[in-house]
Design a protein around this ligand. Sequence first.
Ligand code: AMP
Ligand code: ZN
Length: 114
Amino acid sequence: MSDCIFCKIAAGDIPARRVLETENCVVFHDISPAAPLHLLVIPKQHLASADALREEHQALAGELLLAAAEAARQEGATESGYRLVMNTGHNAGQEVMHIHLHVLGGRSFKWPPG
Ligand code: AMP
Ligand code: ZN
């Protein structure tokens, strides 16, 4: 999508601090980190949110999750632990309408979330 900021990051048209790229996904640092480690994992393909996922996206959804785990390992967050978050829609506070997984680490997190 031409006016989507994460599509532009995936295409390399907007700079981002990339940490990992797989065939169909890109992982980069969040521009406004909510934790010492805050990565975003996105598919190169534009999908608005988890609500857009269908049967045909099964492999892509798996790749997204594997890329998140690999990036967390690469950034040294595995031993202490980390949180994966996918905000979906208004009540969850989703701001960027291109599906993304947050990888949050480097501190402890409360449960339930606020
Ligand atoms: P969400 O509220 O789940 O939609 O999260 C969107 C996230 O994207 C926020 O944590 C923002 O800080 C982050 N973000 C927005 N623009 C950029 C950008 N250009 N580069 C990196 N992260 C961004
Ligand atoms: Zn997009």
